[in-house]
Design a protein around this ligand. Sequence first.
Ligand SMILES: [Zn+2]
Length: 188
Amino acid sequence: MTRTLHRPVLIALLLGASLPTFAGSGHDHHQHNAHVHGEARLELVLEGNTLEMAFHSPAHNLLGFEHEPRTDDERQRTTAAIATLKKGDTLFSLDGGDCTLQEASVNQQAPTDKHDKHHHQHSSDAETHREFEAQYRYQCTAADTLRRIQIDLTKAFPGVEKITAEWIFNARQGRKILSGGAATIEVK
Ligand SMILES: [Zn+2]
């Protein structure tokens, strides 16, 4: 598996550091990995002049289904969703910073949470879950002037009803629930 983005950094910062602001419920780790249709997660890390974002969503939010595509229509919807996910410049609007999208990648994977009650061998479509993970890397020439980031993911994907956004901007942590149309995260 090729990991061209600095994924380990993102994971270490957001999960490994046991961030005080995220430690409100003792079950945050499960919330990070929960696979709930309608919900998604967005992680943002700004380090120096590099901004990285990772968007995690159940495939159902983006496609309306989670099984392997079987029909032409399902294959087209999958292709279209991946193409939309890669268009970071239409999903995110950066105010200031003079940032350029360097790279966008999309992966599909099984959810990271385990459905313990489904450990038996039999598997049907109803128990099949799939997730998309999209990663973005922006390079900025003046990151200190980056004021805010507008997130249009819920506009691009109406099936995404709620996004839990968590960020670390130069060691400053934050968290916000995004829902309903365009949402803005203040960087400064
Ligand atoms: Zn699912």
